[in-house]
Design a protein around this ligand. Structure first.
Ligand SMILES: [Zn+2]
Length: 418
């Protein structure tokens, strides 16, 4: 096996767009034929199936968020009329809501792209610590691991001491689950008298369902010799994106169309702009178009040295409700935090105010902890700011040392709306 799951990962952007447009048009036709809910959505939007022929036509359909799915499923259990119930459905999962999700036994390589990119393969024995009970996680991650040739230990949410026993007895080489649970397992192993890095063979981990904090990642990699990877998806749409060995953004899966949209209007934004991640999974039974994840991110189209040609998501910058719109661009508190991390010892607070009809963006910086590193700070900060937040700063105020506490609110919106 090569470095990629298949050659879709290295196809040209144009081929990808053509393939996805064709699959989208099929899904639209099928959905319109088999789901009265899809028909109703199209009718309300004044559209016919022929109007959605390509990825760029998608924006004509409304974004559907989780609350809306829950309402639809309440009105019409179990799938809100969004599924083809005449299809052979292999499994039905639930997630809190409740939301019911039909899964078809198909050739969809759910999560396999992520595991392949993380280097999992034949010879690996992988602990799958995602829950197998009711929810989609356990079984779908399991399927992805099997697909890349790994052996899976379906340990699920068993207690940490049992996971340690399995890691030791089965000479487990990999882990998939949440980062916090792996840390709990490592702590338990230490408590049981083991030296995790010395006594065990676990050298690779692929995480999902929880953000991987850089400090925790550093500990896994440095202290325990575990190579770590992030995977991103949502229970409603499956896998969405994954990290490659470059660990610089998450490649989009070939089975999904991902848009970054303005959460207020649902209109797609360009590469580099922060907005809501909206996902359409190309599939023949569950006709969920434009699922609004509520997560904020940006897309980059910069080429990746790994050779994959898909666009990449730049991590998750927060949830839609946390962001504020400044001169048409969204800024999230996590972006301000990221800037703080780039300049050790400083505390940053971003203030959005209004002058007439114009938004004014001020960065207040307390550089008391930066020492000599504060030379030329303003200039470097402004540059980094534009890079991280896309919008331009209007003012930079170096405040009296000690003015901002380390836990000061990163983003203040002082605009009043009349
Ligand atoms: Zn890459």
């Amino acid at each position: 096996m090569g470095r990629y799951l298949d050659d879709l990962e290295t196809q040209s952007m144009q081929m990808r767009a053509e393939r996805q447009s064709r699959l989208l048009a099929d899904m639209v036709r099928r959905g319109y034929e088999r789901s009265h809910r899809v028909r109703a959505i199209f009718d309300e939007s004044g559209l016919s199936p022929a109007d959605i022929r390509s990825v760029s036509d998608l924006e004509r359909l409304p974004v559907i968020n989780r609350e809306r799915i829950v309402r639809m499923e309440e009105e019409e259990p179990p799938y809100g009329g969004l599924a083809d119930v005449s299809a052979r459905i292999e499994r039905i999962f639930t997630s809190p809501g409740p939301v019911y999700e039909p899964h078809l036994n198909s050739d969809d390589p759910l999560w396999a792209r992520a595991y392949k990119a993380a280097g999992f393969g034949p010879g690996d024995i992988v602990l799958n610590a995602f829950s197998y009970h009711m929810v989609a996680a356990g079984l779908t991650f399991h399927g992805g691991l099997v697909r890349v040739g790994a052996t899976v230990v379906p340990s699920g949410t068993s207690p940490a001491h049992q996971q340690v026993q399995l890691i030791k007895d089965l000479k487990v080489t990999g882990y998939t689950g949440t980062p916090s649970f792996l840390m709990a397992i490592i702590d338990k192993a230490n408590e049981m008298g083991y030296d995790f890095a010395r006594d065990f063979s676990l050298r690779r981990a692929a995480f999902a369902a929880e953000p991987l904090q850089p400090s925790l990642r550093g500990r896994f990699e440095r202290d325990f010799g575990i190579d770590t990877y992030q995977m991103y998806g949502a229970t409603e749409v499956g896998d969405v994106a994954y990290e490659c060995r470059e660990k610089n953004g998450w490649h989009l899966c070939e089975e999904v169309i991902v848009e970054i949209v303005d959460p207020e209007t649902g209109k797609p934004l360009g590469p580099g702009e922060l907005g809501e991640v909206v996902v359409t999974r190309l599939n023949p039974i569950f006709f969920l178009f434009r699922f609004g994840t509520g997560d904020l991110s940006r897309l980059t189209d910069a080429p990746c040295p790994c050779g994959r040609t898909s666009l990449r998501l730049e991590g998750i910058a927060g949830r839609v409700g946390e962001a504020v719109k400044v001169r048409g661009m969204f800024v999230a508190p996590s972006q301000v935090k990221r800037l703080t991390d780039m300049f050790p010892g400083i505390v940053v607070q971003l203030v959005v105010s209004r002058s007439g009809t114009r938004d004014v963006l001020t960065a207040r910086i307390d550089a008391s902890g930066a020492g000599p590193a504060s030379t030329g700070l303003a200039e470097r900060f402004e540059k980094a700011f534009q890079e991280v937040c896309t919008v331009r700063l209007d003012r930079l105020e170096l405040v009296e040392p000690g003015t901002l506490a380390a836990d000061a609110k990163p983003l203040l919106d002082e605009r009043t709306w009349e």
